[in-house]
Design a protein around this ligand. Structure first.
Ligand code: NGQ
Length: 460
């Protein structure tokens, strides 16, 4: 049992001061007592700043971290998501399992230091460069689990089912050969990874049909059946309507838009996380909101790829749940994702505080609370709010960052998100263990040396 005293803390019930936490050896919070007096403090460690729940990153493609800056050159016919995807396919050709582990380790450390305490890893790079399964079919997935373990970040690993290039079961392209599995091959990967995380306090497995493009309706149904058979509440993640071309291809195939097709054909529920549901019409957004799914928004990557704007206002008004992900890791910073999420709406509607809950209500505090809770739902782990029975995954904010100086409570979050903060996070705890202290991660230097040597080969 460990005890901590926070000068202030954002609890499930709101901000409180002088909060005493007790955390059991298994990393779960057992006691929360606000308004502690001197006599209560005893051996508690006194924390050096306000405590907020750690942010789950609900969507990561860790290997894409290695592409920083590689796709920002003008192309011949106007660049797009699809020309970026070609470069991404070319980049991943050279990756070996050890490279993926090195890149994931690097980005997970960066994520922890930025305030993400857990990561949903969307994993489709299953096979070798020739498209042949490794001797251990779950090799790359196990490397991603190892990277999470080495860094201390909690992980929900989502092995991705990928079978086709586009709607209607069109055959995969050469560039997709490392992703492709049939039902049996996919089942083996999932089973091996389930075994690998058994009993782990902060790792679990989910199911991820890549997109409505990459699986047929029968394969989608089978994937959901697999989730049903393996575990109650198993997370199910799916890319949905990132791009207009995807919407048009779906219309040509089915006569329906992706969101409408999904809602009409699949009983989606709170296990589901729909990634980049960017091209969602208002009526679709309202229907989606009522299902209890989490919309997985990745504003930096969606901005990088020119996806478009999510219909956040009607979706949130209808009670829709959201979380954030750093996806391709062009930005590794939960506060930046939230800023860009709101800025997208401001630029679109030429207004301010578009997503604020009510008059006088803190926008940053609101966005932080709802995305922490939505992210926790999407990863299927007991995090996202500080409450008894939840895991001690938290951040100590750094009010020595000039952007946060003299702020209090939600003002800290408004400043961290909308100010020019460089290092808003001081310390990070995951499952009751400190993984970042004073902005430093103990593996950072070793990880960076390894990452640099991988990049040296890849960029040669
Ligand atoms: C992915 N990423 O799976 O990495 C996708 C691009 C695709 C984003 N949409 C590839 N951010 O959807 O085919």
């Amino acid at each position: 049992m460990s005890r901590y005293l926070a000068p202030s803390a954002l609890l499930a019930t709101g901000w409180n001061d002088q909060v005493l936490f007790e955390v059991a050896a298994d990393g779960l919070i057992t006691t929360i007592a606000p308004n502690a007096v001197a006599a209560d403090i005893g051996d508690a460690e006194v924390l050096n700043g306000a405590v907020v729940p750690g942010m789950p990153c609900l969507h990561s493609n860790a290997f894409q971290r290695g592409m920083a800056g590689l796709t920002e050159k003008g192309g011949p016919q106007g660049d797009s998501f699809w020309s970026w995807r070609k470069l991404m396919y070319r980049f991943l050709e050279g990756l070996r399992p050890d490279d993926v582990e090195a890149i994931a380790t690097q980005v997970y450390i960066e994520m922890l230091r930025a305030g993400y305490t857990s990561v949903a890893e969307f994993h489709y790079l299953h096979h070798d460069a020739g498209g042949r399964p490794y001797a251990n079919r779950a090799e790359v997935g196990e490397r991603l689990l190892a990277a999470a373990d080495a860094t201390g970040i909690a992980q929900t690993l989502l092995p991705v089912l990928y079978a086709h290039d586009n709607f209607g079961g069109t055959p995969p392209t050469i560039g997709q050969r490392r992703f492709i599995n049939d039902a049996a091959g996919y089942g083996q990967i999932v089973e091996a990874l389930m075994k690998a995380v058994q009993g782990h306090p902060s790792q679990r497995i989910g199911i991820a049909p890549h997109s409505l493009r990459a699986v047929t309706p029968a394969q989608l149904t089978a994937a959901v059946g697999l989730a049903d058979s393996l575990q109650p509440g198993m997370p199910i993640h799916l890319n949905l309507a990132a791009q207009l071309k995807e919407v048009n291809d779906c219309l040509a195939w089915s006569g329906q838009r992706p969101v409408a097709w999904l809602l009409d054909h699949v009983a989606v529920d709170g296990r589901w996380c729909l990634l980049h549901a960017t091209h969602t019409e208002i009526v679709e957004a309202e229907r989606l909101a009522r299902t209890g799914v989490v919309a997985g928004l990745c504003p930096t990557t969606e901005g990088d790829l020119g996806d478009g704007f999510f219909n956040a206002v009607p979706y949130l008004r209808a009670g829709g749940r959201i979380g954030i992900g750093s996806d391709s890791h062009v930005g590794v910073d939960p506060f930046l994702e939230l800023k860009l999420f709101e800025y997208g709406q401001r630029l679109r509607f030429e207004r301010r505080n578009v997503l604020a809950k009510g008059i006088g209500d803190s926008l940053g505090g609101h966005l932080y609370r709802i995305t922490a809770a939505g992210g926790a739902q999407a990863i299927g782990q007991p995090v996202g709010s500080l409450a008894v029975g939840n895991r001690a995954d938290w951040l100590v904010l750094n009010d020595d960052d000039p952007a946060l100086a003299e702020q209090r409570h939600d003002g800290l979050l408004d400043a961290a998100i909308f100010g020019p903060a460089r290092q808003p996070v001081r310390d990070v705890m995951v499952a009751g263990r400190w993984v970042v202290r004073d902005g430093q991660h103990p593996q950072a230097a070793a990880s960076f040396a390894r990452y640099r040597s991988v990049m040296k080969r890849l960029l040669a």
